[in-house]
Design a protein around this ligand. Sequence first.
Ligand code: NAP
Length: 240
Amino acid sequence: MSDRRVAVITGANKGIGLEIARQLARAGVTVLIGARDEARGREAAEKLRAEGLDARPLRLDVTDETSVAAAAAFIETVGRLDILVNNAGIAIDDGPPSAVSMEVLRRTYETNVFGLVRVTQALLPLLRRSDAGRIVNLSSGLGSLTLNSDPSWPFASVKYLAYNSSKSAVNAITVQLAWELRDTKVKVNAADPGYVATDMNQHQGVRSVEQGAATPVRLATLPQDGPTGGYFNDEGPVPW
Ligand code: NAP
């Protein structure tokens, strides 16, 4: 068994996920680059390896039960898992809330909500064996009910029903799982990376991936006396 910490980051072939993987690897963690497309995952892992980092590709489509089970079986052969970053996510511009289609709602939840629960359930037995298990769920300020209902919030007009509510669900899941695991060594927190320039927003975001990865990485490497069941951005706790 490796004496280095091992992390899985879902959707790590690009964007914030790739940068989280890079920063964790720089901190001495072996990173498994979760990617639904094998070639994209291999390329991303090779990129990090070329930077001298310990990165390996892991085929993982969060919407596919068989793929998730195969990934869990592979990690068993690695022998340990300390960190799970549930980063994979999709955002679809779905028009005004009253017009959202069931198809978009279902597709969004399939990845952002059901996928996150599926991967977490599959990998939790491994995380429980770690001395410092950490689960980080990529949420968003758009998942905050408090901010969404504040008309003076700068993003108040961004009302993607499917995406925003999927991230509110991520927050709810974070609280409930953290409660269940409160007497274990596994901490579960939600991260708001801010508005980051990635493919998800055609690079309109105002923050860099380096900035966006900072809070998820901090939560993935929390000390034993760190929080669990929280929702954080770079400035501290985000209101639910
Ligand atoms: P991105 O560049 O579009 O990357 C999304 C990643 O998720 C890609 O690697 C994508 O893989 C992967 N993915 C999508 N569906 C998947 C599936 N079924 N199985 C496995 N992987 C899948 O987006 P990003 O901005 O880095 O977003 C990362 C996370 O941060 C998301 O959860 C997002 O909601 C959250 N977030 C982003 C922002 C922002 O401003 N960018 C703000 C708040 C929260 P492919 O390359 O194969 O499509």
